[in-house]
Design a protein around this ligand. Sequence first.
Ligand SMILES: Cc1cc2nc3c(=O)[nH]c(=O)nc-3n(C[C@H](O)[C@H](O)[C@H](O)COP(=O)(O)OP(=O)(O)OC[C@H]3O[C@@H](n4cnc5c(N)ncnc54)[C@H](O)[C@@H]3O)c2cc1C
Length: 456
Amino acid sequence: MSKVKEELRGAIKGRVLAPKDSGYEEARQVWNAMIDRRPAVIVQCVQADDVPPVIGFARKNRLELSIRGGGHNIGGNALCDNGVTIDFSRMRKVRVDAEKRRAYVEPGATLADLDEATQAHGLATPVGINSTTGIAGLTLGGGFGWLTRKYGMTIDNLVSVEMITADGKKIRASESDNGHLFWAIRGGGGNFGVVTQFEFQLFPIGPEIVAGLIVFPFNQAKQILTKYRQFVNSAPEELNVWVVLRKAPPLPFLPETVHGKEVVVLPVFYCGAVAKADKLIAPLRDFGTPLGEHIGAQPYVQWQKAFDPLLTPGARNYWKSHNFTELADGALNSIIEFAGKLPSPQCEIFIGLIAGAPNRIAVDSMAYGHRDARFVLNVHGRWDEAKDDQKCIKWAREFFNASAPYASAGAYVNFMTAEEGDRVAAAYGSNYGRLVEIKRRYDPENVFHLNQNIKP
Ligand SMILES: Cc1cc2nc3c(=O)[nH]c(=O)nc-3n(C[C@H](O)[C@H](O)[C@H](O)COP(=O)(O)OP(=O)(O)OC[C@H]3O[C@@H](n4cnc5c(N)ncnc54)[C@H](O)[C@@H]3O)c2cc1C
């Protein structure tokens, strides 16, 4: 191994870590504690030019190659066993051109890195809801969050990327440069190359927005969900409301008797004029009899971190996901049935609302094609002990099957587990054929296969 390390060390500026090196154990941790992979080398790049020698090295030695952005993907493909991991955790810079409303982002940046840099100028672009998630994986799979109704998916606001292809070439992809590759990476994940810079368009947001939670008793779930699906049909796109069914955490604004009991939570977000928020949010309280609420004006960056304490790394996680165009009665019934038998205090079912801007984009305009999806449902199985694996995974799978008849076709690749390989073609639907063609052209040997793999 020392020979291997020396060869790589000589070729790059970053750090090369092998199993006995200090920092290796830390570097092989990802968000999902169920992942326990041991790369032969972890290469912590510090510049784009570090990437081609690493790809070349992996190919020459016929070693598997994985790419790590923020390390959040629950499938754990950021790491490999006995191969080479390109680790971007030391490349997290974000440069903002406020005048042009553009952000230039290194591939190890987290959502927090991007939000903090852009909000310094009162700007933002739609990303996810947990600030420690990596921009790279989130963007390449699609990306949605509180701003998505109004401004689209993260990929809808991607202007260009710089990337390194399987043959080590550095190229730019945008609508005008290598347009077919730009089409493919917007949803096609890490299948086509290693992205070393993302360029996003930005919008004026906040810095104060209005956001918070309204919590209802679980026995009112049916009426709340029924009123919710009606409400969102006419709610303005600046207003986003999700639904989370879970056991109540010990939130200070809830009576202690509710802590640990099943509840229905409406996380609410409004990015329009602060003075208009009250009137728009008021009808939500009439969905049932709230147990408590905590809503107010706050910095956007603060709200972007609001769920971090519930989503810390180190727990065991297993997810399943469906897209929905409508929330049919059958879907609501299965959500309520399975939320009534959560197998651990951390498990939850959430409905993310993405109705709005994403639905106005043509299905074939980029690889991500779920333009009829108005809701993304995630069954979030989360627990601490390995002994609970079977019980929690079974619950997630059974719920996934029970709600499947009401889902629209396709799936969000960023919420898929490593075991769902056979679902990849279905996930891309009518865009899959074109993705295979582009994969054949740019990565015929499938060097980049540790992902939701598009086979050449
Ligand atoms: C707690 C939590 C909350 C989440 N919330 C949201 C949400 O609100 N909205 C949403 O849309 N998604 C959300 N996700 C899903 C998230 O988008 C995916 O897990 C995403 O893959 C994470 O990206 P990452 O860079 O952190 O992951 P990693 O595990 O580092 O990377 C995932 C994959 O992306 C590819 N990849 C990474 N970097 C590069 C690169 N530079 N070049 C080429 N390929 C690369 C690789 O194939 C890699 O295996 C959430 C995930 C978690 C765990």
